[in-house]
Design a protein around this ligand. Structure first.
Ligand code: KG4
Ligand code: ZN
Length: 388
């Protein structure tokens, strides 16, 4: 079968076309079309993502992304008769908040026809609701034009599956597994007892860890998104053996639960640098101190959960999974002295931040449910707070 997937939950507009042979989780997944537009340069000026601006950019880029992915796939479309007035009205109604998109899509459909796509997977949450709606409404409009079902996907499940995807297959996981999901909007520990069985056992009580990286970067005058910048400075600090700049806290390290808190760590950085004229080496040392504290807390909670639930596989997912320090520390857990039988899964760097390949994987996981449920495609809604 051929699955089209759409991701618009934050600041990436992405469309993929995946050819799938077999059933979840043992299928072979081949990416035959893939396009992604990152809005990072647009949001950088403001130091963060603005929902209304993100929505506008998704509206402007989603059809070009679809065209590019379809072009790359070389799928041959079949001729379709021109749309009736009623059909056109329906598309206009579906896309009434996506200014101008209905007309562009109708024109595209009239000239291209129906590609051999069997189903559409779209991120329905969590994320920025105005941004999510663009993808959801666009998926519904395509579903109407092509007469195919839509599967609403949890973005975080996408991150989990991206981390165990090698470009063709999903890893044969040994359960129970544990996922640490770390992104700009989330910091969560998810217990996975079996395929499609998720239980959230821990979360951040305030800032997400990626958000803390971004905010500390802003305090240091670094560009958005701050994660990679902090990581770069921290690396230099380690290579040159800089002394500690400040004794930063490791919030909730000893708390009896699996929750996190990163807002105090960020505030500690703010106090540590207040009224100081920072040199380049000061910034490097602070970046390193901050990264060490954040990684220490994540690894500690991870180890505690591995012990408590006799975890066999650990999966790290989300944008912060691109962080070298975290990757090394998680890799070290699976050592002879610590957990010799533990399997550790880290995403390929280009699949760690938001993309639509991961949405196709999660869509396929729930395809049969979606096909057999009464949930009609047109009743799918975007839900900014969707949770595993
Ligand atoms: O998953 P993602 O692309 O988007 C969300 O769903 O939030 O994650 C983006 C986050 C940003 O906060 C960014 O600063 C962080 O991931 N990030 C990093 C690194 N690369 C991206 N944080 C630390 N180190 C990195 N190398
Ligand atoms: Zn994400």
């Amino acid at each position: 079968m051929i699955l089209l997937s759409i991701e618009t939950s934050c600041d990436e507009t992405a469309v993929s076309i995946i050819e799938i042979l077999g059933d979840f989780p043992n299928a072979t997944y081949s990416v035959i079309g893939n396009s992604l537009f990152s809005q990072i340069d647009i949001h950088r000026e403001y130091g963060g993502v603005f929902p209304a601006l993100a929505k506008r950019e998704h509206i402007a880029t989603i059809l070009p992304m679809l065209e590019r992915a379809l072009g790359e796939s070389h799928l041959k479309s079949s001729y379709t008769p021109a749309l009736s007035l009623e059909e056109k009205d329906f598309i206009h109604e579906l896309l009434k908040r996506e200014n101008g998109l209905a007309d562009q899509l109708i024109q595209f459909h009239n000239s291209v026809g129906k590609p051999p796509i069997d189903a559409i997977a779209v991120t329905s949450g969590p994320g920025l609701e105005p941004a999510l709606w663009v993808g959801v409404n666009f998926a519904k409009a395509l579903s109407t034009l092509w007469q195919v079902p839509v599967v609403p996907v949890d973005h975080m499940e996408g991150h989990i599956l991206a981390s165990i995807y090698d470009g063709y297959h999903l890893a044969k996981l040994t359960f129970p597994a544990l996922a640490l999901l770390v992104s700009g909007g989330h910091t969560e520990l998810i217990l996975i007892k079996n395929w499609n069985q998720y239980e959230k056992i821990g979360k951040t009580r305030d800032d997400a860890v990626g958000e803390a990286f971004d905010k500390v970067a802003r305090l240091l005058g670094l560009a958005y998104p701050g994660g990679p910048e902090i990581s770069r400075l921290a690396k230099t600090a380690r290579e040159t053996n800089l002394p500690p700049f400040a004794a930063l806290p490791t919030p909730m390290l000893k708390s009896p639960d699996f929750d996190f808190s990163f807002s105090g760590l960020k505030t500690a950085v703010r106090y540590a640098i207040a009224d100081k004229d920072l040199t380049e080496t000061d910034k490097q040392a602070i970046a390193r101190d901050f990264e060490d504290s954040a990684v220490t807390v994540m690894i500690h909670k991870l180890s505690k959960a591995i012990d408590q639930y006799t975890i066999q596989s650990v999966i790290i997912g989300g944008g912060v999974a691109a962080n070298t320090r975290l990757r090394e520390a998680v890799g070290a857990l699976a050592s002879v002295t610590l957990y010799p039988n533990l399997k550790v899964y880290l995403p390929e760097i280009n699949l760690s931040t938001d993309n639509s390949v991961m949405i196709a994987l999660a869509g396929h996981a729930h395809l049969s449910e979606a096909l057999s449920s009464d949930e009609f495609t047109q009743t799918i809604t975007a839900n900014g707070n969707r949770s595993l």
